[in-house]
Design a protein around this ligand. Structure first.
Ligand SMILES: C[S@@+](CC[C@H](N)C(=O)[O-])C[C@H]1O[C@@H](n2cnc3c(N)ncnc32)[C@H](O)[C@@H]1O
Length: 308
C-alpha cells in the first residue's frame, strides 16, 4: 500500500473505532515515517500519541554483540539511511561528512547500495581495513551476521547472497563482536553459545563448585540438618540447600543458587547473596561478571504457584 493510502486508512479507521493501533517495527520515528503519519493525523484532527520502540539500528548490533559506543573505541554514533528517495529535501547523504562525523556509523537500508557507500567512505578517507558488520533479521531466530572490512564486504555480500533487511555497523566497535556475540538472550528452542572464552567459564565453574562445597560443610547449629547439593553441569546451575527438620516439620531452609550464563555468574536473591558475591570476588571473579538478584527456576516454580 502506498503511504498516502496507509495514512487515509488510519484516518478512516479513527472515525469508526475507539482506538486504532499503528504498529511499526523498531522505533516509529527512526526511518519509520512515524513523523509524517502523525502530522497527517494531527492535520485531520485525529488525537494521536506515540510510543517509542527500540530501533533496529540499536537492537540488531546489540544482538550481534556490538555496543555502539565504548569508552575505548567510540564516543559518537551516526544513524543514516543508505537508501534515499528521489525528491527528498536534500539530494543525497553527504558521505564525506558522515565518514568523519563520528566513530561509529549505523546504516539502515544500505545493502543494495553497499558497493557505492563503502566506496564513498573510502574516498572520504576511511581506511579500507575499517571493520564493518552486517546484521540481518536482527533479534529474530533467523538472525545472520557478516563481518568484513570496507574493502571486502561488498564481495562477501555477493558471494553469500546476503540480503535485506539488514543493519550495517562501521567502526572499531565491530571488533567486539568476536568476544560478545554470544551474549544476547536465547532464542526459543536454542541452546546458548558461550559468551567469553571456554577457559573463563571452566574457571568459573570450578570456583563456584568449590565455594558451594565449602558452604555445604557449614551447618546451622540446631536440629537435624540435611544438606542437598545439585550440580547441574549441563545447564550450568549449581545449588546447595541446608534443610532442618523437626518431626516432619521444616524449621529451616537455606539455599544458595548459582547459574553461569552468558559468561556471567548469576546469584539467586537471598539473604546471603552479597556475602557469596564477596567470596567469589575474593576467589578472583571480576565484580562485573557477577549479577545479583536473579530468580532461579527452583524458586520460580513457587512464585508461579503463588500467582496462579
Ligand atoms: C524503513 S526502515 C524501518 C526502521 C525502523 N523504524 C526501526 O526503527 O528499526 C527499514 C530498515 O530497518 C532495518 N531493519 C529493520 N528491522 C531489522 C532487523 N530485524 N534486522 C536488521 N535490520 C532491520 C533495515 O535496514 C531495513 O532496511
Amino acid at each position: 500500500m502506498v503511504q498516502e493510502n496507509t495514512t487515509q486508512v488510519l484516518i478512516d479507521k479513527a472515525q469508526t473505532a475507539a482506538i486504532v493501533v499503528r504498529l511499526k517495527g523498531g522505533d516509529p520515528f527512526v526511518f519509520g515515517r512515524g513523523g509524517e503519519e502523525m502530522q497527517d493525523l494531527v492535520k485531520a484532527g485525529v488525537p494521536v500519541e506515540v510510543i517509542p520502540g527500540v530501533t533496529s539500528g540499536i537492537a540488531a548490533p546489540a544482538y550481534a554483540g556490538i555496543p555502539l559506543t565504548h569508552r575505548a573505541y567510540s564516543s559518537s554514533v551516526t544513524f543514516v539511511t543508505g537508501h534515499e528517495e528521489a525528491g527528498k529535501y536534500r539530494p543525497a547523504v553527504n558521505w564525506q561528512a558522515i565518514a568523519h562525523g563520528s566513530e561509529t556509523i549505523v546504516i539502515y537500508m544500505g545493502i543494495h547500495n553497499l558497493p557505492y557507500i563503502t566506496g564513498q567512505l573510502q574516498q572520504a578517507g576511511l581506511s579500507a581495513k575499517t571493520p564493518i558488520a552486517l546484521v540481518r533479521w536482527g533479534t529474530r531466530p533467523e538472525q545472520e551476521e557478516l563481518i568484513g572490512t570496507l574493502e571486502t564486504i561488498a564481495a562477501q555480500v555477493e558471494a553469500k547472497g546476503f540480503g535485506a533487511p539488514a543493519i550495517a555497523v562501521i567502526g572499531n566497535v565491530v571488533n567486539l563482536h568476536e568476544t560478545l556475540s554470544g551474549c544476547r538472550p536465547q532464542f526459543l528452542g536454542e541452546t546458548r553459545g558461550d559468551c567469553g572464552t571456554e577457559e573463563k567459564l571452566a574457571r568459573y565453574r570450578q570456583i563456584v563448585q568449590h565455594k558451594l562445597l565449602d558452604y555445604a560443610k557449614v551447618k546451622p547449629s540446631y536440629g537435624d540438618v540435611e544438606v542437598e547439593t545439585v550440580f547441574d553441569t549441563e545447564r550450568d546451575h549449581y545449588q546447595i540447600m541446608h534443610v532442618g527438620w523437626n518431626q516432619e516439620r521444616l524449621i529451616h531452609a537455606c539455599t544458595i543458587h548459582i547459574d553461569i550464563k552468558g559468561g556471567k555468574i548469576w546469584l539467586q536473591w537471598n539473604s546471603t547473596e552479597r556475602e557469596v558475591a564477596e567470596d567469589l570476588v575474593a576467589a578472583g571473579v571480576p565484580k562485573e561478571d557477577i549479577v545479583l538478584g536473579f530468580q532461579s527456576p527452583f524458586m520460580r516454580q513457587f512464585t508461579d504457584y503463588a500467582v496462579s
